[in-house]
Design a protein. Structure first.
Length: 336
């Protein structure tokens, strides 16, 4: 299909800022694919312990408990692309330094935990800003198409990155995969800074000042967000549900998966292939989303128990799902 034909088939591709965002969302997830394989095998090489791997991965996830909230407030106060730049720099610092340590020495457990905490902080502030950016760049009527294309590109990037990373780790070591992850994250910054952006056209921004005209503090905004969250039973029930789901996922897949691959399946190349295969279903979902527009996108995956607590109109409003923030690769219903 020619460039003109592609733009006619998918008009959202004619938006310059969206094309820049797509480039970022191809490179950054590919870098994450390098990280997924590289971190696991760097830790297993350094310590040989599944328990140590669980500590390092826990250090990557733990910052989300605090910094995801701050990231959401920051995305309201500053241009989201600038917040994403800060997040990518943190991830580049954490993974790049980890890679250099893995190449030049045998990194101690405390250093690996600290560096993954830095990476996890970047991940935590990335997701709220990423969800806020896309609606600022495309008109409301093109948002479904833009979201589906964005998710498709991200999943293709992560699948390719994980597959290549598995081969690279098997051939040259986990340190190189982590260094390339850091380089990839840094390479996205010029594209993000080139995004001009605009005021959102899909909703109202939070007011910048309180009733008395004084600027609202970050603590006030956090308190208001928490009050809104806990006031919707259907919402916190879903979040609690996915807390259990993600505990099982990280324990069984992210920790035990690399251990099993190392001991029984041939090592990092096998784990890279398994991680890449995980993106196939997400890619299929992205292709389906380009052709179909369900009345309630989020209700297609949430449990019946959670759905029974929410009117359908609220499901149309709530397209920022906990699964999108809780899993590194996100889901097809995200407005990212």
């Amino acid at each position: 299909m020619s460039r003109g034909g592609l733009f006619r088939r998918f008009p959202v591709l004619g938006i310059r800022d969206f094309r820049l965002l797509l480039t970022d969302r191809l490179i950054a997830p590919a870098s994450v694919g390098f990280s997924i394989v590289g971190v696991s095998f760097a830790v297993l090489k350094a310590t040989g312990s599944a328990a140590d791997l669980s500590y390092v991965l826990a250090a990557q996830i733990a910052p989300s408990l605090v910094f995801a909230l701050l990231g959401g407030v920051a995305a309201d106060r500053f241009p989201p692309q600038r917040v994403i730049v800060a997040a990518n720099l943190l991830m580049a610092l954490g993974e790049g330094t980890f890679g250099l340590l893995a190449l030049t020495s045998n990194p101690p457990l405390w250093a690996m935990i600290g560096l993954e905490a830095i990476t996890g902080t970047g991940v935590a502030i990335f997701y709220p800003a990423s969800q806020a950016l896309l609606p600022r760049l495309v008109p409301r009527e093109k948002l479904q198409e833009a979201s589906a294309i964005s998710r498709l590109v991200m999943n293709v990037g992560q699948m390719a990155g994980a597959a290549i990373a598995g081969l690279l780790v098997a051939a040259a070591g986990a340190g190189w995969a982590l260094v390339l992850c850091g380089i990839g994250m840094v390479s996205t910054i010029p594209m993000l800074l080139a995004i001009r952006g605009s005021r959102p056209v899909t909703g109202q921004e939070a007011p910048a000042a309180g009733p008395d005209g004084a600027p609202r503090s970050m603590l006030t905004e956090l308190r208001e967000g928490w009050s809104e969250f806990r006031s919707h039973t259907w919402l916190w029930v879903i979040v609690a549900q996915f807390c259990v789901v993600m505990m099982a996922w990280y324990g069984a897949f992210s920790v035990l998966g690399p251990v099993v691959a190392r001991e029984h399946l041939g090592g990092p190349a096998a784990w890279g292939a398994i991680t890449a295969a995980d993106a196939f279903g997400l890619i299929a979902g992205g292709l389906a989303a380009l052709r179909f527009t369900p009345a309630g996108p989020c209700s297609s995956w949430c449990s019946p128990g959670a759905r029974s607590r929410s009117p359908r109109s609220r499901w149309r409003w709530s397209c920022r799902c906990p699964r999108c923030a809780s899993r590194p690769s996100g889901s097809a219903c995200s407005s990212r």
